[in-house]
Design a protein around this ligand. Structure first.
Ligand SMILES: Cc1cc2nc3c(=O)[nH]c(=O)nc-3n(C[C@H](O)[C@H](O)[C@H](O)COP(=O)(O)O)c2cc1C
Length: 326
C-alpha cells in the first residue's frame, strides 16, 4: 500500500507505533520497523540523553529500516533537558521524530537543520493546523478514544479525523482506538494517510511488559478504562484498575479544586512502571485505551501488521466494493 505516509517515512505499511513511556524500547521499535511499519523509541523512557544515544544505537543494530524517536514535551516536576535529548536524536542519525505534548516549535530549527522529519501528535484540529503552520512534516491526530492524553475537547475520531482532513494539507495519521484492519480502512476513508497505535502494540509478543499486562488487556473490554486528572485539565486515559477507581473517587469528592498532592503518591510514575514490568496490575496507574475491547491475542508485530494489512485490503476490496457491486 502506498500513501503519503509510506512515501514520507520510507516505510512499507502506513502503520506507526506511537511513543510509549516505559514500553518504547529498542526491542519493540525494531520489531515494528522490521515488520514494515515505523517503530518509535520513547526518548524520555531513557533517564539521560546519553542513555537515549545508547538505546538508539541498540535499535540501529536491531534493524536497518527507518525508526523514530518520541519526544514528549510536558511540564514535569523535575526539569528535563529537552534540548539535549533533541541534540542526541539529531547526532544519532535518526530521521523521524514524533513530538507530543507542547508545541514543538522551539525544536524545529534544530530538527530541520539535521533533516529530521517531525510528526506532531495532537488532539484537536486547531493544534494540527498550528503544527502545519510552523512546518512539521505530518500530524498524528489522537481522538478521544486514545490511551494517554486525549486533551479536553472529547471529540472522537469519527468526527475529528474528517474535520482535520478537511483543513490540513500535510499528511495525517489517525491515532486512538485503532487495532484492526477494518478500522484502518475506515480511517483511510475518513482522510487519514495511515494509522498510529499504542495499546494494540502493548499486547504484542515483543512489547517489553509483563505477561499479566498483556493478559489484562486481552481480558478487558472497551468499558475498562478510566479518565483520570480531569479536574486538573490534564486528562489521561488509563487502565481501570483499583488505583484508577480510587483516584476517580477522590476527584469526585474534591471537585475541580483538587490538589494534586492528594493523589501524587498513588499515581507516581515509578509505581506505574513496576505495574508494567512486574505485572502487579493494581500497583499503580498505567496507560491503556478503549481499543482493548477489540484485542483478543498477543501476536508478534510481524503477524499483527500482516493481519491488519490483510483485513484492511479485504475491507476495501471485498466488503466496501461488494456493497457497490450489490
Ligand atoms: C503504555 C502507553 C504509554 C504511552 N506513553 C506515551 C508517551 O510517553 N508519549 C506520547 O506521546 N504518547 C504516549 N502514549 C500514547 C500513544 O503514543 C498513542 O498516541 C496512543 O496510545 C494511541 O491510542 P491507542 O492506544 O488507542 O492506540 C502512550 C500509550 C500507551 C498505551
Amino acid at each position: 500500500m502506498k500513501t503519503r505516509i509510506t512515501e514520507l517515512l520510507g516505510i512499507q505499511y502506513p502503520i506507526v507505533q506511537g511513543g510509549m513511556q516505559n514500553v518504547g524500547y529498542a526491542e519493540l521499535a525494531s520489531a515494528v520497523s522490521n515488520a514494515g511499519g515505523l517503530g518509535i523509541i520513547t526518548g524520555l523512557t531513557q533517564p539521560t540523553p546519553e542513555d537515549l544515544a545508547k538505546e538508539i544505537k541498540r535499535c540501529q543494530e536491531m534493524t536497518d529500516k527507518p525508526f523514530g524517536v518520541n519526544l514528549t514535551i510536558l511540564p514535569t516536576i523535575k526539569p528535563v533537558p529537552y534540548e539535549e535529548y533533541a541534540q542526541v536524536i539529531c547526532d544519532s542519525g535518526v530521521k523521524i521524530v514524533e513530538t507530543a505534548g507542547r508545541n514543538p516549535e522551539p525544536f524545529l530549527p534544530l530538527f530541520t537543520k539535521h533533516g529530521v522529519k517531525v510528526v506532531h501528535k495532537c488532539t484537536s484540529v486547531r493544534h494540527a493546523l498550528k503544527a502545519e503552520k510552523i512546518g512539521v512534516a505530518a500530524v498524528s491526530v489522537d481522538g478521544f478514544e486514545c490511551a494517554g492524553h486525549p486533551g479536553e475537547d472529547d471529540i472522537p475520531n469519527l468526527v475529528l479525523l474528517p474535520a482535520a482532513a478537511e483543513k490540513l494539507s500535510i499528511p495525517m495519521l489517525a491515532s486512538g482506538g485503532i487495532g484492526t484492519g477494518a478500522q484502518m480502512a475506515a480511517c483511510l476513508a475518513l482522510g487519514a494517510d495511515g494509522i498510529n497505535m499504542g495499546t494494540r502494540f502493548l499486547a504484542t509478543r515483543e512489547a517489553p511488559v509483563h505477561e499479566n499486562i498483556k493478559r489484562a488487556i486481552i481480558d478487558a473490554s472497551e468499558l475498562d478504562t478510566a479518565l483520570v486528572y480531569r479536574p486538573l485539565r490534564n486528562t489521561a486515559r488509563v487502565y481501570k484498575n483499583q488505583v484508577a477507581v480510587k483516584v476517580n473517587e477522590i476527584e469526585r469528592e474534591q471537585g475541580k479544586d483538587m490538589a494534586f498532592e492528594l493523589i501524587r503518591d498513588m499515581v507516581a510514575g515509578t509505581k506505574g512502571k513496576v505495574a508494567l514490568t512486574e505485572g502487579d496490575i493494581d500497583h499503580g496507574i498505567w496507560t491503556s485505551g478503549i481499543v482493548q475491547g477489540l484485542i483478543h491475542s498477543a501476536p508478534t508485530c510481524a503477524e499483527l501488521l500482516q493481519e491488519i494489512m490483510t483485513e484492511c485490503e479485504a475491507t476495501i476490496r471485498e466488503r466496501l466494493n461488494g456493497l457497490l457491486a450489490g
